[in-house]
Write a protein that binds this ligand. Structure first.
Ligand code: GLU
Ligand code: ZN
Length: 489
C-alpha cells in the first residue's frame, strides 16, 4: 500500500453518465497503479436533488464495471461513514471557526441587491462577481440587518494573493489575486454547500490527489484557499491535496456532452448490450492511451500502465461508433460459453427464450451463437438475428421482401422446396449441396437471386446468420414449411 488516496465523490442525482464514470475509472486506475486507496464517497447533502434510486444506480454501475473501491458505502473503512448525509460532520463548527478567524464573514445582501450590483458592474464593464460588499460590516450594521429580518449567508474571504498550483494534467495554473470573488460556504438557512463540505471531507479522509473533470477547475483556487485557512486555523494539518483536471468530454457537433444527451447515459449502454470491459476500455481512451496505437486493453492493463503524464488535457470526443466497434472487438474476444451466458439475459428480455429456458432452447442458443459472434456489435442485436429459430410464426420484413421478391422468387422457392424435400439427411452440407445444384448449377442463377428468397423465407430478413447452418438448426419440417408459405403468399 502506498500513501496515495484518491476519491470518487458523486452526488446521487439522476442517472450515472459516461463523463462521471470516466472520472471514476481514472481515479480507480491511478489508485491501482500506485497501490493506493480508492475512496468512494457519496455527496448527498442536497436533500432536494438527491435520491436513493440514484445512489443505488451509482453503486450498481461501479460494481457492474468492476471498479472496486477500498473504502466507501457497502465496504466501510477507517474514515467512514462514506455518505456525507450520515457523517454528522459539524459543518457549523467549521463555519464558526472560519468566521471567528476572519477567513469568512456574514453577507446580508439580498438577491435583488446582488442582481442590481451585478447589472451595474456589467454596464460599467467590471467583473460581475460578488463585490465584497459585506467584508467589513460593523457589529452595529450587522445587528441592524438582523433587525430588518435579513438572514445572512456565510462567504469565504478570498485572500488577496495569486493562487498557483501545479496541475497534474495541465501543468502550472495561476488565478490572479482578485480574480475569484468571495464565495458562499453556507446558505442563510444554515445549509452547507459543496464549496465547504467537499474539501472538509477530502481533508478528513486524507485525500492526497483530487482527479476530477475540467468543469470543476474554477473551484480549485477556492478549495486551495479554504485548505490554507483550515491549516492556519489548526483544524487541518495538511498537506493540501494535489489536483489534476481531466479533459472535457465532447459530444456531437463538438459541444460538451451533457447529462441530458441520451448517449451519455451509462444505463443505455447496458440496455443495448455493451460489455463492461468495452466501456471501461473506451472510456479510458477519453483522455488516455497506453501508447503506440494500442486501443484494445482491459482495465487491469490500463491500471498497470496508467500515468497522469499521459493524460491529454485537450477535450476528448465521445464517439459512439468507435465505442461500438470496441464493443464488437470485446464480443469477439469472449469465449463462446461466456458469450452465451452474457447473451441469455438479453434473449430473455426480448422474449426470444423464456425466463427458464428449456434444455432444447439452450442447446439452440449454444449452437447459434458461434454463427453470429463475428457480426455482433452489441449483445442486444442478437435477438433480432436469431429470433427466427425460436418461434413458429416468423414475421417477414416488408421492406426486405420488397427488395428480395423479384420476378424469379416464386420459381426459386418452388425449386428450393423440391430440392430439399428429397434430402435424406438434414445437414448444412446436404442443404447447401442441394440448393446449389438446383438453383445455381441447373438454373444458372446468381447466388443473391438464388438464396435471397430462401433466406427471407427462413429468417424473415435479408441479412441473417449463415443460411445453411440456420436451416440445419431450424430443422427440415420447419424450413420446408417456411419456404412453402412464403411461396404461397
Ligand atoms: N459531488 C461533486 C460532483 O459530483 C464532486 C466534485 C469533485 O470531484 O470535487 O460534482
Ligand atoms: Zn453581502
Amino acid at each position: 500500500m502506498s500513501d496515495v488516496r484518491v476519491r470518487f465523490c458523486p452526488s446521487p442525482t439522476g442517472n450515472p453518465h459516461v463523463g462521471l464514470i470516466r472520472t471514476a475509472l481514472f481515479n480507480w486506475a491511478f489508485a491501482r497503479h500506485t497501490h493506493g486507496t480508492f475512496v468512494f464517497r457519496i455527496e448527498d447533502t442536497d436533500a432536494s436533488r438527491d435520491s436513493e434510486e440514484s445512489y443505488q444506480a451509482l453503486i450498481d454501475s461501479l460494481q457492474w464495471l468492476g471498479l472496486d473501491w477500498d473504502e466507501g458505502p457497502e465496504v466501510g473503512g477507517p474514515f467512514g461513514p462514506y455518505r456525507q448525509s450520515e457523517r454528522g460532520t459539524d459543518y457549523d463548527a467549521m463555519v464558526d471557526a472560519l468566521v471567528a478567524g476572519g477567513y469568512a464573514y456574514e453577507c446580508f445582501c439580498s438577491t435583488e441587491e446582488l442582481d442590481a450590483r451585478r447589472q451595474q458592474a456589467m454596464a460599467e464593464k467590471r467583473a460581475p462577481g460578488y463585490d465584497g460588499h459585506c467584508r467589513d460590516v460593523s457589529d452595529e450594521a450587522r445587528s441592524a440587518y438582523r433587525a430588518e429580518g435579513r438572514a445572512p449567508v456565510v462567504r469565504f474571504r478570498m485572500p488577496d494573493r495569486d493562487c498557483t498550483w501545479n496541475d497534474l494534467i495541465r501543468g502550472e495554473i495561476t488565478f490572479a489575486a482578485g480574480q475569484i470573488p468571495d464565495f458562499v460556504l453556507q446558505r442563510a438557512n444554515g445549509e452547507p454547500l459543496y464549496t465547504l463540505v467537499n474539501p472538509t471531507d477530502d481533508a478528513a479522509m486524507r485525500i492526497t490527489h483530487v482527479l476530477r473533470g475540467e468543469d470543476l477547475l474554477s473551484s480549485t483556487p477556492r478549495q486551495i484557499a479554504l485548505y490554507e485557512a483550515m491549516i492556519d486555523l489548526g483544524v487541518f494539518d495538511g498537506p493540501v491535496p494535489q489536483f489534476g483536471h481531466l479533459p472535457y468530454v465532447m459530444g456531437e457537433g463538438n459541444k460538451k456532452l451533457s447529462k441530458r444527451d441520451p448517449e451519455s447515459s451509462l444505463q443505455m449502454y447496458r440496455d443495448q448490450g455493451y460489455l463492461p470491459e468495452a466501456l471501461t476500455n473506451y472510456l479510458a481512451l477519453l483522455g488516455w492511451s497506453p501508447g503506440g496505437d494500442v486501443e484494445f486493453f482491459s482495465k487491469e492493463q490500463m491500471a498497470q500502465s496508467f500515468s497522469l503524464e499521459r493524460v491529454n488535457p485537450n477535450p476528448a470526443r465521445f464517439d459512439v461508433k468507435k465505442c461500438t466497434a470496441i464493443n464488437g472487438d470485446w464480443i469477439r474476444h469472449l469465449a463462446i460459453d461466456d458469450l452465451v451466458e452474457r447473451l441469455v439475459p438479453y434473449l430473455q428480455r426480448d422474449g426470444v427464450i423464456g425466463s427458464t429456458p428449456s434444455a432444447q432452447d439452450m442447446d439452440l442458443v449454444r449452437a447459434v451463437v458461434p454463427l453470429i459472434s463475428e457480426r455482433l456489435e452489441t449483445l442486444g442485436q442478437a435477438s433480432a438475428m436469431v429470433g427466427f429459430l425460436f418461434t413458429d410464426e416468423i414475421a417477414i420484413d416488408a421492406g426486405d421482401a420488397e427488395k428480395i421478391m423479384g420476378d424469379q422468387a416464386g420459381d426459386v422457392l418452388q425449386a428450393a422446396e423440391a430440392a430439399l424435400a428429397g434430402l435424406d439427411e438434414w445437414t448444412t452440407e446436404a442443404i447447401e449441396g442441394a440448393l446449389r445444384s438446383a438453383l445455381i448449377d441447373e438454373r444458372g442463377l446468381k447466388p443473391k437471386v438464388a438464396f435471397g428468397p430462401v433466406r427471407l423465407a427462413i429468417t424473415g430478413r435479408r441479412v441473417s446468420p449463415p443460411l445453411f447452418e440456420s436451416m440445419e438448426l431450424l430443422g427440415a419440417d420447419r424450413s420446408l414449411d417456411r419456404i412453402r408459405s412464403l411461396h404461397a403468399s
